[in-house]
Design a protein. Sequence first.
Length: 585
Amino acid sequence: MKTFLLIFVLTASLYGEPIDSKWITEFEKSNFLNTADYENSIKYFEQFADQFDEIEMREFGVSPQGRKLFYLIIDKEGDFDPKNRTKPVVFIENGIHSGEIEGKDACKLLLREIFIEEKNKHLLDNVTLIIVPVLNVDGHERKSKYSRINQNGPEEMGWRTTAQNYNLNRDFTKADAPEMKALLKLFSTWKPEIFIDSHTTNGLDYQYVMTYGIEKYQNTRKVIADWVKNDFIKLFESEMAERGFLTAPYFSYLSKDYYSTNPLEGVTEWVSTPRFSHGYAAYQNRIGLLLETHMLKPYKDRVFATKAAYEIVLKLVNANPNKFTDLIKQADQEAVNDYFINKKYIPLTFASTDNYEDFLFKGYELKIYNSDITGTELTTYSDEKFELPIKYFNEKKVTDSISVPAGYIIPKEWTHIVDILKLHGIMIEEIENAKKYVVERYRFTEVELSKNSFEGRQTAKTKYESSMDTAKSKVGDYFISTNQRLVPLIVFLLEPKSPDSFLSWGFFNQIFERKEYFEFYSMEPIAKNMFETNEELRNEFLMKLENEEEFRKSAYARLNFFYERSPYFDEKYKIYPILRIINEL
């Protein structure tokens, strides 16, 4: 009876105006407790495209289980060609973790309010809006009441990972999942000024309905970082508060104990790598906004908080569109100026400094109890609120960086790497005429492969030596100049010590495998001849015999010493196949 009454009220006079029942969402029909399945959600969005010339709905991919991926283009002038765009683009992507689905329902309400109720229509006067209703569509349909043990609704929620068990918000760089390949192509087609990714937290409890992440450290362009720190943060938090949603940065406790629930040691933020959505936007010289509604807050509050965040961003961009197009143009040029022209090093890893500022933390008092199940004391949260000034470590230092070459050469046998680079929008030239270059080569001296797979890959940690050489490219090889706006992303993907490089993700693990060996009877006379005719080699061998007991006792190691220095040894073993170009000869 209550549900029927709610539908009647909404249908008769939503916000004081009559409205057709087809525009009432499952979210509202369920008294804000549930969300519609994928098929009905897409039908809901299709209604907008069918009824309004300002909206077009397009397919941009297919999931492993055969579901179509859709996105909406909303443009007041009905200009749906990305090549013609003159306005800034705000790109909203929902359901990358489909149990965290507030963004989908928020977008339904946002579009209905603008186009059906004709409220806030000005938000789209000077903005092109892209909406992906759900990215992880197969995970969305793996819905259950038991998908996320820590989360307060909706009643049935989707699954975190895809049908192939990929976490799409770890896949932005390596692009293993077909859903991610489709999204990257869409991203590089539209090149949005602002990219928004909607989530729900795990972990800590506190009073904030929403936390947010937006890159403002050395991993993004300075012009963007300055805007975030000087213009965005205070405005966003104050406007969210005015709308009734307590908001704070997406922080973690400084304590190294994973199970710690004590904020007294302070909080910090992390610097995102491009495997994550907002970090990826930073390496594209874009503004990336990560929204994290709090898992224990009611689903209704989380949906409306997400909608409010979307509206605030649209209001901000719409009020001064030229500022945002200019900001991104400056960021693109800054990337080229800093890293190609002025040869600054690109930072790869970061750590917090000892500097901090005071942060008024709004949390809940802790409760400690004895658990018979665990045999330990456990900590949970009470309903008693508190406010406490704590240390907020929000300054970062670069702990490792890399110089930027003039470009890279990728041999044609590694075309699958090139295919992924093209999805990112990186400009690549196929070599038609062989050329000679001064190059830098990497030879790996230490390799540690992960014992367990991570996101379907055996990751690699390495150390290497570099050497200068000359090399001649082959026809059909690929040349990537660093004289382009995506130079930060290029370097992050191709430099082995980058935490998100193709090599770190395990794309090159086969180069660490030795494929040819020797028989003792074949190698011993060759080793003897090398020992007798090469004084420098003989002295090195004798030194190892004297100083290394394991080497001295191993017949194989003694012969292998000469084999690795002979012309029979594999010259490509542990050699990085991608060359750093210093200059052309």
